[in-house]
Ligand binder design. Structure first.
Ligand SMILES: [Fe+2]
Ligand SMILES: [Fe+2]
Length: 185
């Protein structure tokens, strides 16, 4: 059962203070966007609060979880940064009792994105990029877009993410490419 008072200290204990502040920022921003775009505000809050629950989980443990829960095994060939979303969606269900598939998908795909994202998935993806503690060139432009047009914000958000990965000479997980193609067609 959803009791915030119990969740906050648990979430806080799993991450750095900076990440906890980010987490609260994502939850607040996701609620704001949910109000604008007619999404369930409480679902947005739950997804925001839990999206980075596995950000600092042990890498070997996450690799085991990916195998044990039959998550996409090719994740293991990509940067471990991509693992905390899918594993977080399992932890949300098993430790926090979140059964709602849309909330779990929003946690699962918040880093990679994917084709055919739901409104809640888009809200969390974008909120993660624009919450008040985020600071990078163009964040203001994305914040502005996010409050006017969620589709357009996704379009620019995913392009920004892909450009960043390519600039850093990192590989691109296929779901991110599918997300990009879905946003730009
Ligand atoms: Fe994350
Ligand atoms: Fe995040």
């Amino acid at each position: 059962m959803w009791t915030k008072d119990e969740w906050f200290p648990i979430i806080q204990s799993r991450m750095t203070e900076k990440r906890y502040v980010h987490t609260l920022g994502v939850a607040e921003t996701a609620m704001e966007l949910a109000k604008i775009y007619g999404e369930d505000v409480q679902k947005a809050e739950i997804a925001g609060l839990l999206h980075d629950i596995c950000k600092y989980a042990d890498k070997a443990w996450m690799a085991d979880q990916i195998k044990a829960h039959h998550l996409d095994a090719t994740l293991l060939d990509f940067h471990h940064e991509l693992w905390h979303g899918p594993v977080g969606s399992v932890v949300a269900r098993d430790e926090f009792g979140v059964e709602d598939e849309d909330i779990r998908n929003a946690i699962h795909y918040h880093t990679s994105g994917r084709a055919g994202m739901s409104k809640l998935e888009k809200i969390i993806y974008v909120a993660d990029m624009i919450e008040p503690n985020r600071n990078y060139p163009k964040v203001e432009k994305l914040r502005d877009l996010a409050h006017k047009d969620l589709e357009l914000a996704m379009r620019y958000g995913v392009r920004h993410t892909l450009q960043h990965l390519i600039k850093q000479k990192q590989t691109v997980y296929p779901d991110s490419l599918f997300c990009y193609n879905a946003c730009w067609t």
